[in-house]
Design a protein around this ligand. Structure first.
Ligand code: BGC
Length: 748
């Protein structure tokens, strides 16, 4: 009797708890609506919501599928009239009237194209990245797109990897800051604003660690590297409200990410409490068969579902293969319900049920404000890497310029990768800008020498050389076509393609001062050509307004302020190369023995030698965070508020930065630390904070950063985040290789 009373009480308690948690849920009108819909859905309709297909106009096969409730999302349909017709079919002719979510890759602009993300990263300016993403969202949503697959938050440490261009570079903190900014810009104040576009952080996770920089390739990542390097940007963007996430194509540590329960369930859902939609990458579920992880497409579908992938991008395996395991009881329908719940919730949050249609009056493309913003981002994204005798900015002693090279007038290619909707007719190239702005005051001798970046035909070389000889200065626009970076476009040779190196060499031999402007999707190998040129301005594909931005920089109407978001290698063979590497037991220090110094028939020797290359040494060409200006900045007076920092304490670090030159300029002030010893080895430097400040000539500013104990924690290989006691060095400086230095300790 006693027992049964106890049981009863326990049962009642559970019931009461359930009722109260249910009623807690029911109180949320969104959840209530989701539950109501879900309760009316057939299994087929549920699987339909989990299906994303590629658009193909108002075609019968799509329309019929929509009528049967068989499509949750369509990607790559961008005609607003077609979108509205398809939507009307979904809303008025499908049984439950659930609207479709239209998606598109809006990676760095819809119509107005901003610099490629790696270029935006060189601005180190979250406000600008956010403003750019806002423009993209306004433009894309005006065409009916409410979901995009950006930002890409994959850390890239290897310039061979074509997709390095789509992310924010090699550093977890910079990537986190800019990723959050992009999410905010895309999603706006609230998701149900008609101009908001749901962001999708991708590709989860470790996609940038592909072996040898070969796209889609295998990654082997230790737990501490995963958590210290690759995951933080995703965590930050999810905390900032990113609505959705895409899994990556590749496998890490033997498990393809589309079926990776550890990543998707344990980390994303449980640890991080991510409740947004997880979408596969294009066909990535089925590719688990090629990976050798699933026996069949049916097996792949089950594995992806159980791992936590809610929506199947273009693979159709959920619709085709999940009915029978659910009917046989092998897969619980509750798992499907959870996935559908997340998809419906997103549609409700986006306001699609209330406002399913997009207004079809003239959409808001290429407005003056958007173009101005695109130009500003392009200005701040360019990085000045060499400027002998202050050749730049060009002054008014210059009366004639030679404009040479395949990227001077390449309206398609300066837009960069992943441009589906931006039109080259709207691109303003450097040549067009020069003619427009300086055509009446300067003699412009245009002779490209090569028609496109891979062009090997030297028949126009003579004209280019003649143009150089006839001019006071050469502006040589080199680089890579848009198609040479991006998805599936990795390169083993990252130097200037085609005959550009030869053309540059011959032009330089004229003895005329040469300004080299490289427009590319990765930091191109330039080590051997750099001594030939007097100035070097680097621009990751700068987008629609690249021309006006670069010309303003060349003539000093704008002052360069960009800094490298990646380490710039001397030679491709140094890849992967990144500033926050480990020290090794034999770190290179002091004099490095070079290949030419080794005596003939030298005996085998390793003692005294260190971890470096005989032919490339230890250093990159330019360090992470590096970039010059037309002015100079001096760093003084480093102050730390304490010499020790405890568990719940903070440390204030500050210094004075002075503009010691003659023009106003912006400086990106960077704070790095080094933890000298840990229970897991720590990187030689880690960026912990940065700020971009603008100073007039002679002006000084105190730049202060607060470091918390949390900033000093790291993950070990047992999933523990630790704050260990020990010595740290802290630097505040202009890049990852220079800075004022202080020391502090962590204490218990
Ligand atoms: C890419 C994704 C992209 C998707 C949709 C895939 O090939 O990896 O980044 O969002 O296609 O276009």
């Amino acid at each position: 009797m006693k027992n049964s009373v106890l049981l009863w009480s326990f049962g009642m308690l559970c019931l009461l708890l359930c009722v109260s948690c249910e009623s807690g849920k029911e109180k949320d009108p969104v959840e209530e609506r989701v539950s109501r819909l879900l309760s009316q859905m057939t299994l087929e309709e549920k699987l339909g919501q989990m299906e994303q297909i590629t658009g193909g106009g108002y075609a019968d096969y799509i329309v019929n599928q929509i009528k049967g409730g068989g499509i949750g999302s369509i990607l790559n349909e961008v005609n607003p009239e077609v979108i509205n017709r398809l939507q009307k079919t979904a809303v008025e002719e499908s049984r439950l009237g659930i609207p479709i979510l239209f998606g598109r890759d809006v990676i760095h602009g819809f119509k107005t194209i901003f610099p490629v993300p790696l270029g935006q990263a060189a601005s180190w300016n979250p406000q600008l990245v956010e403003a750019g993403a806002r423009v993209s969202a306004v433009e894309a949503s005006s065409a009916g797109i409410r979901w995009t697959f950006a930002p890409m938050l994959d850390i890239g440490r290897d310039q061979r990897w074509g997709r390095i261009v789509e992310g924010f570079g090699e550093d977890p903190l910079l990537t986190s800051a800019l990723g959050c900014a992009m999410v905010k810009g895309l999603q706006g104040e609230r998701l149900n604003d008609p101009s908001s576009v749901a962001a999708c952080v991708k590709h989860f996770a470790g996609y940038g660690a592909a072996e040898g920089g070969r796209d889609y390739n295998t990654a082997v990542i230790s737990e501490e590297q995963l958590r210290n390097v690759y995951l933080p940007p995703f965590k930050a963007a999810i905390d900032a409200g990113a609505a959705t996430l895409m899994v990556s194509f590749n496998e890490i540590n033997g498990i393809p990410n589309s079926g990776n329960r550890y990543l998707l369930q344990d980390i994303l859902r449980k640890e991080w409490q991510f409740n947004g939609v997880i979408v596969s990458d294009w066909n990535s579920i089925g590719e688990m068969v090629s990976h050798g992880y699933a026996e069949s497409l049916a097996d792949a579908a089950e594995k992806a579902l159980l791992a936590g992938v809610d929506m199947d991008m273009e693979n159709h395996v959920y619709r085709q293969h999940l009915t029978s395991p659910v009917k046989s009881g092998k897969v619980k329908e509750a798992v499907i319900d959870e996935a559908v719940r997340r998809i419906l919730r997103l549609k409700i949050q986006l306001g699609l049920f209330e406002n399913p249609y997009t207004p079809t009056e003239q959409p808001v493309f290429y407005t003056k404000e958007s173009l101005d913003k695109a130009k500003k981002v392009a200005v701040e994204s360019a990085v000045l890497l060499k400027n002998e005798n202050n050749l730049l900015p060009l002054n008014n002693t210059i009366k004639s310029i030679a404009v040479i090279g395949p990227m001077a007038d390449a309206p398609h290619d300066q837009l960069g990768t992943w441009v589906f909707d931006g039109e080259k007719a709207h691109t303003v190239t450097p040549l067009a800008t020069l003619r427009e702005e300086y055509g009446s005051t300067l003699k412009i001798n245009y002779a490209p020498g090569l028609n496109f970046s891979r062009d090997k035909d030297k028949k126009q070389f003579a004209q280019a050389i003649a143009a150089a000889k006839a001019s006071d200065v050469v502006l040589f626009f080199a680089g890579e076509e848009a198609i040479l970076s991006g998805e599936a476009h990795s390169r083993a040779d990252i130097s200037l393609p085609g005959a550009q190196k030869e053309l540059l060499t011959e032009v330089a031999q004229t003895g005329k001062p040469v300004v080299l402007i490289v427009i590319a999707g990765r930091t191109t190998e330039i080590y051997e050509q750099l001594p030939l040129v007097n100035a070097y301005l680097f621009s990751f594909h700068p987008g629609t307004m690249g021309g006006p931005a670069l010309v303003d920089l060349i003539f000093g109407k704008a002052v360069p302020s960009g800094k490298l978001p990646v380490t710039y290698p001397k030679m491709v063979g140094q890849s992967p190369i990144y500033y926050n590497h480990k020290n090794t037991g034999r770190p290179p220090a002091g004099k490095i023995e070079t290949i030419d110094e080794i005596p003939l028939e030298a005996g085998q020797v390793s003692l005294g030698n260190t971890s470096h290359y005989l032919d490339a040494g230890k250093d990159p060409l330019f360090p992470f965070g590096y970039g010059l200006s037309y002015t100079t900045f001096q760093y003084d007076d480093l102050k730390l508020s304490a010499q020790e920092i405890g568990k719940n304490e903070q440390l204030l670090a500050s210094c004075t930065v002075t503009n010691t030159g003659t023009v106003e300029g912006a400086e990106i002030v960077q704070l790095y630390i080094r933890d000298w010893a840990g229970s897991v080895t720590r990187p030689v430097k880690e960026l912990k904070a940065f700020d971009k400040i603008s100073l007039k000539p002679g002006e000084s500013a105190t730049v202060s950063f607060i470091l918390t104990a949390d900033d000093l924690k790291f993950w070990n290989n047992k999933n523990q985040q630790l704050l260990e006691t020990g010595d740290f060095t802290l630097w505040i400086g202009p890049n990852s290789a220079e800075g004022l230095e202080g020391r502090f300790r962590t204490k218990n």
